[in-house]
Design a protein around this ligand. Structure first.
Ligand code: DGY
Length: 315
């Protein structure tokens, strides 16, 4: 395993297999990953590992399965893995609710300026209640645009619609099933129109060549000065330089980010923006969910060991 997993899962792995742990729990470099590919049958990988074609290009490739701890797999070159005869699995479904909860956390924090308020209070700068202090924007009745209408996007939409009385607009590469549109009383729109008509926009699309810098300077301008952007998907969906400029100039009102383009590095200029709420990639970060993710990866590893169909096979 390239990182530590929740104890409950590691204990089971340890009982059932010969387990090699990265006890330091720091990210492995490319050379360490290559060495691992020659030493074990299964590697438990995660988002901090860069598994490109060069990693599989080793003289004595042994690995047969990459069991990814996470639903996103943009850090793995699936084509190169398949060409090297390596199966790849992920952990879909089990982190839907937690990630949607965090998208709502960011939406509420940005709308209500919670980060600014907490910083003010902790720094001793709060001078007391006054009618014009830290005014944010109301959430109820506002319009939320969701880009990426998969499991997490729809779970976020449900929270917004039924929990906060928001109107929902959806954007998706494929046609959103009528049952979802009816349930949410939502419309499916092209991205540009969705940005123009939304007060809040939450990103839930996967990272790919197609979605790289999907939100750029032009699209931020479409969201406009009262718009709020939320991202719990992947950092490279947003052009961070353009976002920084828009946050500084008032081109948009605020942003709530849980993911960044070059994690764990976050540009200093972006962090200087008071109207940014920034969290360290913790969308799935609950005990229950991280354990469920580990159990899901374990189910795939067990299936591989038993020569059975892998439940979450990607390639
Ligand atoms: C996921 O599951 O994709 C999380 O972002 C961690 O990788």
């Amino acid at each position: 395993m390239t990182r530590r997993w929740p104890d409950e899962v590691e204990d089971l792995l340890d009982q059932e297999f010969t387990l090699h742990r990265n006890t330091a729990d720091d990210p492995l470099n490319q050379q360490q990953l290559k060495t691992l590919m020659e030493q074990v049958d299964v590697v438990g990988v995660t988002v901090t590992d860069r598994l490109d074609a060069s990693v599989f290009d080793v003289p004595d490739l042994r690995v047969k399965l990459l069991a990814n701890f996470g639903v996103g797999f943009n850090h793995i070159d699936l084509e190169a893995a398949a060409a090297a005869g390596i199966a790849v699995t992920n952990t879909p479904g089990v982190l839907t609710d937690c990630t949607a909860d965090l998208a709502m956390t960011l939406l509420l924090m940005t709308a209500r300026r919670a980060g600014e308020g907490e910083r003010e209070l902790r720094s001793g700068g709060w001078s007391g209640w006054r009618p014009t202090h830290l005014l944010g924007s109301r959430v109820s009745g506002k319009t939320l645009g969701i880009i990426g209408a998969g499991r997490i996007g729809l779970a976020t939409a449900r929270r917004a619609r039924f929990g906060f009385g928001m109107k929902v607009l959806l954007n998706s590469r494929s046609e959103v099933p009528a049952e979802h549109l009816n349930e949410l009383q939502a419309e499916q729109l092209p991205i540009d129109e969705l940005l123009q008509r939304s007060d809040f926009v939450s990103l839930h699309a996967p990272s790919s060549a197609e979605t790289f810098h999907l939100i750029d300077q032009r699209r931020l301008a479409l969201l406009g000065p009262s718009g709020i952007l939320i991202n719990t998907a992947r950092g490279d969906l947003i052009d961070e330089a353009a976002l920084t400029a828009a946050l500084r100039s008032g081109g948009i009102a605020a942003a709530g980010l849980d993911v960044f383009e070059h994690e764990p590095r976050v540009p200093a200029e972006l962090l200087e923006c008071e109207n940014l709420v920034a969290l360290p990639h913790m969308g799935s970060g609950t005990v229950e969910t991280r354990t469920a993710m580990g159990m899901c990866a374990l189910a795939n590893i067990r299936a591989y060991a038993a020569d059975e169909r892998l439940p979450d096979l990607l390639t």
